[in-house]
Design a protein around this ligand. Structure first.
Ligand code: ADP
Length: 317
């Protein structure tokens, strides 16, 4: 009998609950026992581990955050602390652990794998900073939130002929900024990847003004520069009156989007099926939004992906 535990760790992300639900329901579907670890790695160390039934994960598919709770436990980098976690899992006879989180969570999972636990990692982070996957659970919901906010700022920006500087989350990853910049038609996007040279940005603003732009949107990823200072500098070198807004934690919450619910459900099923097949030490990824092309005649013959979805559905109820 397999016993599968699941935890959510690091920054919470909309869709984590959908993944927890999929893990628990799929584990039960295959006749395994399912356990929830509360508050991430902290709960592993504190033995806050509870057996879950199918109804324990009912009514959560549409909820943001994580019902299991999350935390940051810097001391989990110490082997002695992880040793307590491993011992707690062993005492309960739990032989598999699914961790849902970002890059820090993955590092913790890797360490546990090296200590003999069968670990599978699912990407759950609004930052989209896991290199192996094109998209992580929560990213598109956070993006929708950022886009909604920037669209609203744009209205006032247009009316008042402003340069609006918006700080978007992402920790050290510029994905939320670049995607929201594209989706909102921002004139300037500044991320770690683009680099930031203030003089260049100010020149871009002046050029935009010369070209007749009535107003400007500048999207800046967090941890790059003080957006309030940047707004002041823009005002000093241009005719735009300039304002800065920091979107902050609203980007982390909210009802998961359709995309995130489906992504999380599929990843949760896949993770348990890997364990069923005695595979572990693996990270789940998706690269499904690739843009491609094929001859028109083949377009109508291509396999329809929805048939696959029926296979997922049978595990989730
Ligand atoms: P995220 O998973 O969202 O990137 P963090 O970077 O805060 O969030 O990581 C979540 C938790 O993972 C940390 O609080 C810590 O308990 C654990 N963790 C992070 N890095 C390591 C590491 N190198 N070794 C072991 N555990 C780690």
């Amino acid at each position: 009998m397999k016993k599968v535990a699941v935890l959510t760790s690091g920054g919470d992300a909309p869709g984590m609950n959908a993944a927890v639900r999929a893990v628990v329901r799929t584990a039960l579907h295959y006749g395994f026992k399912a356990y929830g670890v509360y508050n991430g790695y902290k709960g592993l160390v504190e033995n806050n581990i509870v057996e879950l039934g199918r109804n324990d994960v009912g009514q959560i598919l549409n909820r943001g955050g994580t019902i299991l709770g999350s935390s940051r436990l810097p001391s989990f980098k110490q082997v002695e602390v992880r040793g307590i976690a491993v011992e707690n899992l062993k005492q309960l006879g739990i032989n598999a652990l699914i961790v849902i989180g970002g890059d820090g969570t993955y590092r913790g999972g890797m360490e546990l794998k090296d200590m003999g636990i069968n670990v599978i990692a699912i990407p759950g982070t609004i930052d989209n900073d896991i290199a192996s996957t094109e998209y992580s659970i929560g990213f598109f919901t956070a993006l929708d939130t950022a886009i909604d906010a920037i669209d609203k700022l744009r209205d006032t920006s247009f009316s008042h002929r402003r340069c609006t500087v918006v700080e978007v989350m992402g920790r050290d990853c510029g994905d939320l900024s670049i995607y929201s910049g594209i989706a909102c038609g921002a004139e300037i996007v500044i991320t770690k990847e683009t680099g930031f040279i203030k003089e260049q940005v100010l020149k871009q603003v002046q050029l935009a003004q010369k070209s007749g732009k009535r107003h400007l949107i500048v999207v800046v990823a967090e941890n790059i520069t003080d957006v309030f200072e940047l707004a002041k500098s823009i005002e000093a070198v241009s005719d735009y009156n300039s304002r800065a807004s920091v979107l902050g934690y609203i980007q982390r919450g909210g009802t998961p989007s359709a995309f995130d619910r489906i992504l999380a459900s599929k990843m949760g099923v896949h993770a348990v099926e890997l364990l069923r097949d005695n595979q572990s030490g693996l990270a789940i990824f998706t690269n499904s939004l690739e843009i491609g092309h094929c001859p028109i005649e083949e377009a109508l013959d291509a396999r329809d992906e929805t048939t696959d979805l029926y296979n997922y559905l049978s595990k989730l109820n």
